[in-house]
Write a protein that binds this ligand. Structure first.
Ligand SMILES: O=P(O)(O)OC[C@H]1O[C@H](OP(=O)(O)OP(=O)(O)O)[C@H](O)[C@@H]1O
Ligand SMILES: Nc1ncnc2[nH]cnc12
Length: 170
């Protein structure tokens, strides 16, 4: 199945000059949704995973499914001010702005093996910030797992030494 046929380009969203990869057609199609879910699980290979971290908000769509399939827990990383318990935070820049992400202080225990999942790797700012949060809590990132990597934005350079896997590359 050609999953790329379910991704559409939206010009000048959310800001002029950005070509936004809209993945809602992939979610909308039952077969594409199932195929993408199965293929994302296969990408993880033989890694043992204790926790799957998903980033708000599009990372939340597949991360809990991955966690369930891998017999791991799910950890939400959210934008500043949204998590109710004690948090640590990290400011970061992304393709079209800056923001701050937070994680609960007790979400990951030292030594836990963590899979990071998000829909898109663009400049890598978001994923690098999440790596920092996980490592501050003593976790080890075993793979950064994406639906899409925008290779021309060189996001992999910000994730040096980490395994990066994706279903679709542009
Ligand atoms: O590699 P980067 O340049 O950091 O960009 C990638 C991030 O940008 C998007 O999130 P966004 O902050 O737009 O949030 P959303 O998921 O709530 O739309 C996307 O879902 C990734 O998290
Ligand atoms: N071009 C893009 N399309 C979709 N999500 C993104 N996140 C950052 N850049 C993006």
């Amino acid at each position: 199945m050609n999953l790329k046929s379910f991704v559409r380009d939206i010009n000048d969203f959310p800001k002029p000059g950005i070509v936004f990869k809209d993945i809602t057609p992939l979610f909308n199609n039952a077969k594409a949704l199932k195929t993408a879910s199965e293929e994302l699980v296969k990408l993880v290979n033989n890694h043992h995973v204790d926790k799957v971290v998903g980033m708000e908000s599009r990372g939340f769509i597949f991360a809990p499914m991955l966690a369930s399939q891998l017999n791991a827990g799910f950890v939400p990383v959210r934008k500043k001010g949204k998590l109710p318990y004690d948090t640590i935070g990290e400011r970061y820049g992304l393709e079209y702005g800056t923001d701050e992400l937070e994680i609960h202080v007790d979400a990951i225990s030292p030594g836990e093996r963590v899979l990071v999942h998000d829909d898109v790797l663009a400049t890598g700012g978001t994923a690098a910030a999440v790596q920092k949060l996980i490592e501050k809590l003593g976790g080890e990132v075993v793979q950064c797992n994406f639906l899409i990597t925008l290779e021309f934005l060189n996001g992999r350079d910000k994730l040096e030494g980490l395994e990066v896997a994706s279903l679709m590359q542009y």
